[in-house]
Design a protein around this ligand. Structure first.
Ligand code: DGL
Length: 269
């Protein structure tokens, strides 16, 4: 039987967006095997009701648990915001990390004046999950949130530097910027791809927190503390499971991953 250290890390998202987290993990933890699940047939989750998201999240957790993983990472901010309890309940002793926890910690550390902006899907913003986690770390933090539902389709369209995206960002960010935030959390899997454009819109004085990178740091620390890091000499194996393979899946996926995307399997369930 394989040692638990050799088991893969399970990473999941509502679609391809979670590949931003996989990319950060591949860079930070190059020896770790990864099994990814993207619910591309049912994306987007960010505009769905909480019971529906809980139900889908439970199904995905069971799928990954059956494959045998040593850690689960909820890469989707929306699932992390409203359904992380479903993951923890089914994961038993397996450690569960999520992008909101990582992003909230990084933002509180990064903020100099304690005024933090959060942007995400409508479900993430309405859940107040980022604010709750930040207040648990430091009750003096002031959080200003803004839902940016048009960013997901704009990123999937590849309009990362497009004038339409710039105008949309200016419009969405106006109220948050008016509050004088010094840090802005990119609270959605898709937003790290807009980082250069968003930094340009908010100006150099505001720090952008990319929870994908922080999540990879947290995963590395957790694996080391539990003695679960893989020291093996075999190259890392990656498997990508999706519920649908849409027309432009390969192009979009490779943009998120920053490298070629192979070993993609359509899940039948
Ligand atoms: N993955 C989602 C998130 O991070 C964005 C896409 C969706 O709405 O499902 O919130």
């Amino acid at each position: 039987m394989a040692s638990p250290r050799e088991l893969p890390i399970g990473v999941f998202d509502s679609g391809v967006g979670g590949l931003t987290v996989v990319r950060a993990l591949m860079e930070r933890l190059p020896l770790e095997h990864i099994v990814y699940f993207g619910d591309t047939a049912r994306v987007p989750y960010g505009i769905k009701s909480i019971p529906t998201i809980e139900h889908f999240t439970g199904q995905i957790t069971d799928f990954l648990m059956e494959r045998g993983v040593k850690m689960l990472i909820v890469a989707c901010n929306t699932m992390a915001a409203v359904a992380v309890h479903e993951v923890a309940r089914r994961a038993g002793n397996i450690p569960v990390l999520d992008v909101i926890d990582a992003g909230a910690r990084a933002a509180v550390e990064a903020s100099r004046g304690g005024n933090i902006g959060v942007i995400g899907t409508p479900t993430t913003v309405n859940s107040n999950a980022y604010a709750r986690r930040m207040h648990a770390l430091d009750p003096r933090i002031r959080v200003f949130s803004q839902a940016c539902p048009l960013f997901v389709p704009l990123v999937e369209e590849g309009w990362l530097e497009h004038e339409v995206t710039r105008l949309t960002a200016r419009e969405y960010l106006k109220p948050v910027l008016a509050e004088g935030v010094d840090t802005l959390v990119l609270g959605c899997t898709h937003y790290p791809l807009l980082k250069p454009l968003l930094q340009d819109v908010v100006g150099p004085g505001i720090r952008l927190v990319d929870s994908a990178i922080t999540t990879a740091e947290f995963a590395a620390a957790k694996l080391a503390s539990l003695d679960l890091a893989n020291h093996g000499e075999v190259p890392a194996r990656y498997a990508f499971n999706v519920t649908d393979i849409p027309l432009r899946f390969q192009t979009i996926g490779e943009r998120f991953l920053g490298r070629s995307l192979s070993q993609v399997t359509k899940v039948e369930w």
